[in-house]
Design a protein around this ligand. Structure first.
Ligand code: GLN
Length: 500
């Protein structure tokens, strides 16, 4: 077992700079770990050994010749398989794109490549990012490194498991209603959903375009901050991309101090339906924050009670329109009907019947219904009004506090099949804590607050739009205070490894 795999991304960056080890060594150590553990974890759909080592070699050579490199150059990363990679199969976890090799490049992958980060592979996800457990993937399930009987969360379950399983020091996920933050919570890692529009969506396979956002994930706050700095920034190829300068997130995480910070606990996001251990861990973390000088107050965001209903109308509506492109005509799977005439309509029907899984079909049907003539005002229109109310609630709350806090998810990692296809609503309810941030476009971060019955619990921090830096100013010192009081959650797993 190489000790390189338990180092943080920033420690690796430092060691690479000082010449303590090479990128080839670091990359090979992670690839070895992936191959030794994939049968257990199933984090990846595709592992790109050769490409990763090629990048590592070239970074080592450039460093050797004294070139000025990006601070993260040579540190490997895993990409959720929703991020388009030119020349490397990109599946979105769907049979529809099982053999699709993109002819163009996403901005995220381009930035990662330009900075010299070897890409280890493409991680597993719920099909087209629809789900909370990674059970809805056409490429098998991913298991939680904390307990192989449990899900890693979703939809970025592979991204999170790769971190907690020490297969990758950094991961890129996406978050439409919680898909970065909730898997981070379930695996004891850190996941960030930036302000809508702050990381380019160009080349990110669309789920619900007004909610989708790319999110950096790491094993600690500073690592997530470093990846965030790399990915954020204006992109002319994305019409919703913000023009904002990218501030120093790592520096913010490190210089932070909880003294004088006002944390607002959202009254609507605790209480009934929350696992006892989750509430206990959350409350204990708030006590630690208070002891470190933070002021804790309760705030009301009444419209949050309707956010889930609004999300589950807006999201499927956008899904139904975005996924209309998978028609068997242009790219991806094409299936001709087994009998009867071959027409555009019959090919489309046969392709979609074969290519989409049950959850995707359910959402397309729901969304198509909600958008149909005569229903628009009753469903989509009303949901958009709720969305505005949620935004206003947050804006009002942020007049009184620096950040808002809540448990990231009502439960710890679920068992496989705990919520079956027969009761999708039960799973949807678990998104109540995370999806309000997507409706409002504001940034959110999940960091581990502790363990409940041996499984990680996540604490969510929310900040005003375009104030992502406020997340790090609180998360950095809070992480340090939590570590000082009870140790770091992931150290339990790391210790298990070094004992091997
Ligand atoms: N779990 C949520 C859903 O199923 C969120 C998914 C996501 O953020 N991609 O829609």
């Amino acid at each position: 077992m190489s000790e390189l795999i338990t180092k943080s991304a920033l420690e690796l960056a430092e060691g690479l700079r000082s010449g303590e080890f090479s990128s080839v060594e670091v990359t090979q150590a992670h690839l070895d770990r992936i191959h030794a553990t994939e049968d257990d974890f199933g984090s990846f759909i595709t592992v790109t050994d050769e490409l990763a080592l090629e990048t590592a070699k070239s970074v080592d050579a450039r460093r050797g010749s004294g070139e000025d490199l990006h601070p993260l150059a040579g540190v490997p990363v895993a990409l959720k398989d929703l991020v388009v990679t030119a020349g490397v199969r990109t599946t979105a976890g769907s049979k529809m794109l099982e053999n699709w090799v993109p002819p163009y490049e996403s901005t995220v992958h381009l930035r990662v490549q330009d900075a010299g980060l070897p890409v280890l592979g493409k991680t597993n996800l719920d099909e087209f990012a629809m789900g909370s457990t990674t059970e809805h993937s056409a490429f098998g399930t991913t298991r939680n490194p904390w307990n192989l009987e449990r899900v890693p969360g979703g939809s970025s379950g592979g991204a999170a498991a790769a971190l907690a399983g020490f297969q990758a020091p950094l991961s890129v996920g996406t978050d439409t209603g919680g898909s970065v933050r909730q898997p981070a919570a379930f695996t004891g890692t850190v996941g960030v959903k930036p302000t809508y529009g702050s990381i380019s969506r160009y080349g990110i396979i669309a789920m619900a375009s007004s909610l989708d956002q790319v999110g950096p994930m790491g094993r600690d706050v500073a690592d997530a901050a470093a990846l965030h700095e790399l990915l954020a920034g204006h992109d002319p190829l994305d019409s919703t991309s913000l023009p904002d300068e990218v501030p120093g997130f790592v520096a913010a995480a490190r210089r932070g101090d909880l003294g004088g910070k006002k944390l607002g606990v959202i009254r609507q996001l605790r209480g009934e339906g929350y696992q006892d251990g989750v509430i206990d861990s959350f409350t204990a973390a708030l006590d630690i924050a208070a002891a470190a000088g933070a002021e804790i107050v309760e705030v009301d965001c009444p419209s949050i009670s309707y956010a889930l209903d609004a999300y589950y109308l807006i999201m499927p509506s956008e899904v139904s329109s975005n996924l209309a492109r998978y028609d068997g005509m242009r790219y991806g799977l094409r299936v001709e009907p087994s009998d009867g005439p071959v027409t555009a309509e019959t090919v489309m029907a046969a392709t979609r019947a074969a290519g989409f899984g049950a959850e995707v079909k359910r959402r397309i049907i729901l969304g198509t219904y909600a958008l149909s003539a005569g229903y628009y005002d009753a469903y989509y229109g009303s949901a958009q009004k709720v969305r505005t109310l949620v935004q206003r609630d947050f804006a009002r709350a942020f007049e009184e506090v620096d950040v808002l806090v809540s448990p990231t998810a009502p439960t710890t990692a679920l068992r496989f099949g705990a919520e079956s296809d027969s009761d999708p609503m039960a799973l949807y309810l678990g998104d109540v804590t995370t999806l309000p941030a997507n409706l409002a476009g504001i940034p959110g971060l999940s960091l581990p607050s502790g363990l409940a019955d041996g499984l990680p619990v996540g604490l969510q921090i929310l900040a005003p739009a375009r104030q992502d830096i406020a997340l790090y100013e609180v998360a950095g010192p809070l992480e340090a205070a939590l570590a000082a009081s009870g140790g770091r959650v992931l150290d339990t797993l790391a210790e298990g490894l070094t004992a091997q």
